[in-house]
Design a binder for this molecule. Structure first.
Ligand code: COA
Length: 161
């Protein structure tokens, strides 16, 4: 089931996020080395400022996703940090986590939800497209030294989905 992390859940966020960064480094701008160095207070601050949803099953956290504001655009938000543990993939956990962020965005009154996904990340792109996200035409890369990883922006119009 999807659960929302609460104040005090910084260690829980740290554990699953470090697992995600180790498993799928090219899917995220933050590196495992960077995140490992963060203080406990920084993880707590992230829990406090970003809505964070975790897939919890049989006593284990097996997936996560977060919502975030889009700088300079009060009507839009971002979906970030989506990851599902390899042993839990292919049975709808990713879709359930995306739905949690979409519900958050709607509750916030946002009109659009953006995300960046690897240009070669077929599994994630297929998932997002199935859930109504469309390629916006904006492209970019991960920060140096991983500029080789190209990303495409996708957007969900919340009025239509
Ligand atoms: C992308 C990810 C979150 C999907 O999680 P999941 O729990 O497997 O997602 P779901 O089970 O809800 O759906 C997966 C869909 O992708 C499809 N899929 C899986 N591998 C695929 C591939 N290589 N190419 C195309 N589609 C693929 C499945 O068929 C499924 O679609 P279906 O339900 O229509 O059959 C997971 O693979 C993951 O964590 N990857 C590593 C991190 C990552 O890439 N995060 C995204 C960052 S933008």
């Amino acid at each position: 089931m999807v659960v929302t992390l609460m104040p005090g859940d910084g260690p829980r966020l740290r554990a699953i996020r470090l697992r995600a960064l180790a498993d799928a480094p090219d899917a995220f701008a933050t590196t495992l080395a960077e995140a490992r160095a963060w203080s406990d207070a920084r993880w707590e601050e992230q829990v406090a400022t970003l809505p964070t949803f975790v897939w919890h099953e049989h006593g284990a956290d097996l997936g996560m996703v977060r919502g975030a504001p889009r700088d300079g655009d009060p009507e839009a938000g971002y979906l970030i940090s989506l990851w599902v543990a390899p042993e839990a993939r292919g049975r709808g956990v990713g879709a359930a986590l995306v739905h949690a962020v979409v519900a958050w965005a709607r509750a916030e009154g946002l009109r659009r939800l953006f995300l960046d996904v690897g240009a070669r990340n077929d599994a994630a792109q297929a998932l997002y497209a199935r859930l109504g996200f469309a390629v916006s035409g904006v492209t970019g890369t991960l920060p140096a030294p991983r500029e080789r990883v190209c990303e495409v922006e996708m957007v969900l119009e919340l009025g239509k989905a």
